[in-house]
Design a protein around this ligand. Structure first.
Ligand SMILES: Nc1nc2c(c(=O)[nH]1)N[C@H]1C(S)=C(S)[C@@H](COP(=O)(O)O)O[C@H]1N2
Ligand SMILES: [Mo]
Length: 425
């Protein structure tokens, strides 16, 4: 897959002449999308209501308040079975009117995606147009750069796994590979970046490299077998596997092909690295190797007396597949390899499990992820060393720390509950 031009590339274009296909209009020729008639009258009594879960099941997302820009809805990661977050429990992070206010619902018949800039054939696409193109479905996690931020503003002492790790989820995404769309538009020589922009009030926009766009990025319209939810970007969003959550533009309305990254307003605003003198990195794109034990954990169901349990958790890396997860049940003296659920997918949550006999005494549990590129999840001490600060800096700082991926420690207490122990050094 490449961005070169010429006859060969022309032949590989899926749609001859781009705009020739009815509904896939070049700029200037846009027409309102045609309403598709439903397969059957879904309003008749023959159709049951949209599903509900058992009234005995109580897992809920949680509203989190912190510094205004960091308010979000946290997913109950401790309650997720396996590796897929149901859409009703998916985390939400939105900067426009906040995650608690549903966005203005975009009408897919009115909504348009514009692809322009350094292209031979600018395109305007409706959701229906997008659905006519070759599609892919892939399972990937999505993680906010600020997932696990230790103590936002030094004031909010988040404790439970849902509060500390709830800014991530994992789903199966369906959409059109960006490489297909870019081939349709015909990328001009010298184009090296894309700027993706949203239709919401803040015009959220972000830079994405052409390399990533042609590799595995997509414009997604499906999430776990159904259309995206309004809060997650309906009718379409950018999906950039493994990259920081903030670049996955929801309510996507424009892709501009350019020859350099733009430091967009939202980009500079949300990239706290820009504010840390001496430690600044303009672009820190992929999420690193990380893991967390989801049971036992602070906020998860308590242990019910000594005996056999299965320690289980999630591991992931924005750089590829998880290769190994080690677990320690004795405060880090000994480590054992946990069993990974198969298939182990790249840039997806990987469920790990380890049988454990608890003797009823206080102990510290922790997990360490290694990904296929050999990146090992750092200890808090190692992470602090890279930053050139003392480990307790992260607990108190007013600076927002992002890409925080040190090993998480849970202290199991004799009463069977667990507490956050990452700061107990
Ligand atoms: N248009 C738009 N896209 C956005 C955002 C936003 O505020 N507006 N938030 C970003 C951030 S910070 C994250 S972490 C992810 C969250 O996606 P989700 O709400 O579907 O979980 O979307 C990103 N895309
Ligand atoms: Mo985010």
């Amino acid at each position: 897959m490449n961005g070169h031009h010429g006859d060969q590339n022309d032949r590989r274009r899926f749609l001859k002449g781009g705009a020739a296909l009815a509904g896939l209009a070049a700029v200037g020729g846009a027409r309102p999308g045609q309403a598709q008639s439903a397969p059957g009258d879904a309003t008749s009594n023959d159709y049951a209501l949209y599903g509900e879960r058992s009234r005995f099941v109580t897992a809920m997302r949680k509203r989190m308040t912190g510094p205004t820009s960091d308010s979000y809805v946290a997913s109950p990661v401790q309650e997720i079975e396996g590796t897929i977050t149901p859409n009703s429990l998916f985390y939400i992070s939105s900067r426009d009117r906040g995650p608690y206010t549903p966005p203005t619902e975009l009408d897919p018949k009115e909504h348009r995606l514009l692809i322009h800039g350094m292209v031979d054939r600018p395109l305007i696409l409706t959701l229906d147009d997008l659905k006519r193109l070759p599609s892919v479905s892939r399972i990937h996690f999505l993680e906010c750069v600020a997932n696990t931020i230790p103590s936002p503003g030094g004031r909010w002492k988040w404790e439970t796994i849902q509060e500390r790790f709830g800014k991530m989820s994992c789903a199966q995404w369906t959409g059109v590979a960006l490489s297909v769309l870019l081939r349709e538009a015909g990328v001009k020589r010298g184009a090296s970046w894309l700027i993706a922009e949203s239709a919401d009030g803040v015009r959220h926009s972000m830079s994405i490299t052409m390399e990533k766009a042609l590799d595995d990025a997509m414009v997604a319209y499906g999430q776990n077998g159904e259309p995206l939810r309004p809060v997650n970007g309906f009718p379409m969003r950018m999906f950039v596997p493994g990259w920081e959550g903030v670049r996955n533009i929801k309510w996507l309305r424009r892709i501009k092909v350019v020859n350099e990254p733009y430091l967009t307003q939202t980009e500079s605003h949300v990239n706290p690295h820009l504010r840390l003198t001496g430690k600044s990195r303009w672009f820190n794109l992929e999420m690193g190797a990380k893991s967390v034990i989801t049971f036992p954990a602070s906020g998860a169901r308590p242990l019910n007396g000594p005996g056999y349990y299965e320690i289980t958790g999630l591991a992931w890396s924005g750089l590829g597949a998880v290769r190994r997860v080690e677990v320690s049940t004795d405060g880090g003296r000994n480590w054992q390899d946990a069993k990974l659920d198969e298939p182990v997918l790249r840039i997806a949550w990987t469920r790990f499990r380890l049988p454990w006999k608890w003797n009823g005494e206080e102990t510290i549990l922790q997990s360490r992820c290694t990904d296929e590129q050999g990146k090992v999840q750092p200890s808090l001490a190692q992470f602090s060393e890279v930053w050139g600060v003392r480990p307790d800096y992260f607990q108190e700082t007013e600076n927002q720390v992002t890409h925080f991926n040190p090993i998480q420690r849970w202290r199991v207490l004799p009463d069977g509950t667990a507490k956050n122990a990452i700061w107990d050094i």
